[in-house]
Design a protein around this ligand. Structure first.
Ligand code: 5GP
Length: 230
């Protein structure tokens, strides 16, 4: 009687196919960027800004988003149009989101459109590990693990309109957090390069910070950049 090898068994073949499908759908990105924005540098531009309907945000970094990324620097986006943003799923988080994830786009808004955009474009690409509530709650939690403004102020870097070296900003975050940040700049109305966004990398389970697999650092910045007040 001919024995069937494991390789030929329809059961083994099906199980292998299943595990390949499960693995490929759970590994749909490599890491996250937690991106935070300095509100003064959003407002201080040609396009300007509008304060949210809930009032002027604190003079602090605000969340832009939690973005799944690939190790080669590219990223997935708009991954599931059928999983649309539903504010009722995050009703317990709204008051914290208004404080820590304010919208600055015009005309003034309450934040729902910005949060919905972030969920649709980025959050749906990490739905294998974070549902809507977990996506927003985890992002808030990660922001509160490392206080970027304290890190900068601890190194004498204040939002006072002065110029600081890109290197000193990077090093202040590195010393305080243990991780190298990605720094992005924009231009104020006079064309000066200014500190706009700081990103830190987070592992693919959204559990903890990691050193960034790719760091297209400071490409948008001059070697000396302004830190405007807000
Ligand atoms: P991204 O597509 O880069 O994830 O998010 C940027 C989008 O969010 C833009 O369409 C922008 O108009 C909108 N948006 C709404 N509020 C804000 C805000 O406060 N900051 C930033 N950077 N984008 C905002």
């Amino acid at each position: 009687m001919k024995m069937q090898s494991n390789h030929d068994s329809p059961f083994i073949m099906l199980a292998t196919l299943f595990s390949v499908l499960v693995l490929s759908s759970s590994q749909d990105f490599d890491f996250f960027y937690l991106v935070q924005e300095w509100p003064g540098s959003h407002c201080d531009t040609e396009q300007g800004c509008c304060y949210p309907t809930t009032g002027k945000p604190a003079s602090d970094f605000g969340i832009h988003g939690l973005w799944p990324n690939y190790n080669d620097g590219s990223y997935p986006s708009n991954c599931n149009s059928s999983n649309s943003f539903d504010a009722s799923k995050i009703s317990d988080l709204i008051s914290r989101m208004q404080l820590e994830w304010p919208t600055l786009s015009c005309p003034s808004k309450d934040g729902l459109k910005f949060w919905g955009h972030e969920w649709k474009k980025h959050g749906t690409c990490a739905e294998s590990i974070l549902d809507q509530h977990a996506y927003f709650e985890t992002t808030l939690k990660l922001k509160n693990k490392i206080n970027l403004l304290h890190a900068l102020e601890g190194a004498g870097i204040q939002p006072n309109g002065q110029m600081y070296s890109l290197e000193s900003i990077t090093s202040a975050i590195q010393v305080a957090s243990g991780y190298t940040p990605r720094i992005q700049c924009n231009n104020d109305t006079s064309g000066n390069s200014q500190l706009h966004e700081i990103s830190l990398c987070v592992d693919s389970m959204a559990a903890d910070f990691i050193e960034c697999p790719v760091l297209p650092n400071g490409r948008s910045c001059g070697s000396s950049i302004e830190f405007p007040s807000f």
